[in-house]
Ligand binder design. Sequence first.
Ligand code: ADP
Length: 418
Amino acid sequence: MGVGVGLTVLRQGVVLGSTALRRRLLVSLEINNKDRAYEWFLSWMAHQASTPAARSSIAAPWTRSHQLSVETMIEQRKNGSSSALFKLVAGPGTHWFRYEGAFIQVKRERETRSTQLMSGVPWETVTLTTLSRDRSLFPRLLSEARDLAMRGQEGKLVIHTAWGIEWKPFGQPRRKRPLHSVVLHPGVADKVEQDVTRFLERRQWYADRGIPYRRGYLLHGPPGSGKTSFIQALAGSLSYDICLLNLSERGLTDDKLNHLLSNAPERSFILIEDVDAAFNKRVQTSEDGYQSSVTFSGFLNALDGVASGEERIIFMTTNHVERLDPALIRPGRVDLRQLVNDASPLQARTLFTRFYGEESQEASEGLNRLANELEDIVAEESGKGRQISMAALQGLFIRNSAEEAIVTCRALFMPSTT
Ligand code: ADP
């Protein structure tokens, strides 16, 4: 009996001792998937495995791991084509790697019994454990992971879409479009740009007066006039992201919408396209008769939101401003309304010269003549009430030589005369 008691005490002692020792000697860091560092860390780990330079400087034995996960990034282009990229990341389980000479254990765990309430994504954590004398490694490692994530986005435009109640980057960051490549009627681009920059400079002014720090813009006009392109280019030039909100999305409710609008990522424009289509009769119905659970009053409430000091910039676009409910476009919800119209003669000319450029003096003379001709066609036709969209002109210029473009442009107007 004595031996039995002795052994039990000894076993308890060993367990307690090893726990105490582990507590003293080891240090852990837990990151859960609600935190942005979660994605950064997993991508950083994947990156260590994918670059030879990184592989040689940092031993990454986790790549020999048997538990891998795949993250597929779908890159969707505006012309409808898409490509998929696969990134192998450490899957749920235990992995090891060495960083600056220290061994770090990574435990990725997934909660299978409960999911995040709104988004339905399972809870996950990664726990990094290392010797406590190396605890200073963690901040360095996380900054490296953050810098890597940021570097991938530098000079790029990130588009976020809603996932349940959260915003997530959609596809790969895209190359920024230069602002001057969107040719608007003279003064239009400047007017909107100046309004946004002036708003951004007046945070304190708003705070002093207790006014919610937000601004709403409505760009209206025919399709293909450059509304979306301009908003994206403007976001890029200010190093802002875009949060694309689709009000007709299934499963979107008033509550979720409210949460999304008040929790957009920092430095981002919220872009709501074709607002008229969403609420043309105050009830939102999609083509197949599905009625969304976002109500018009819920949308207005979400736009008004609870006053908070956080900056919020909303851009809305529509092809039919006359269909919008006056309640939606009152100041406070829409502070600046701007018509973005079909091609004016000058816009057509600018787009034309931007496309065909001036290669030599001689060529530039010929081009000038053609540009004048195009300007005349557009002016003459718009005098008769016939317009051409900038998107149609762009299509024309992509497919044709400068001379052909003029001939085709003239022909384009013909069918409507009959
Ligand atoms: P909208 O949002 O007004 O329907 P988009 O911005 O989606 O129009 O434009 C559609 C296409 O036409 C884009 O590829 C864009 O490059 C081109 N485009 C439209 N308007 C312009 C413009 N004003 N300047 C340059 N390109 C334009």
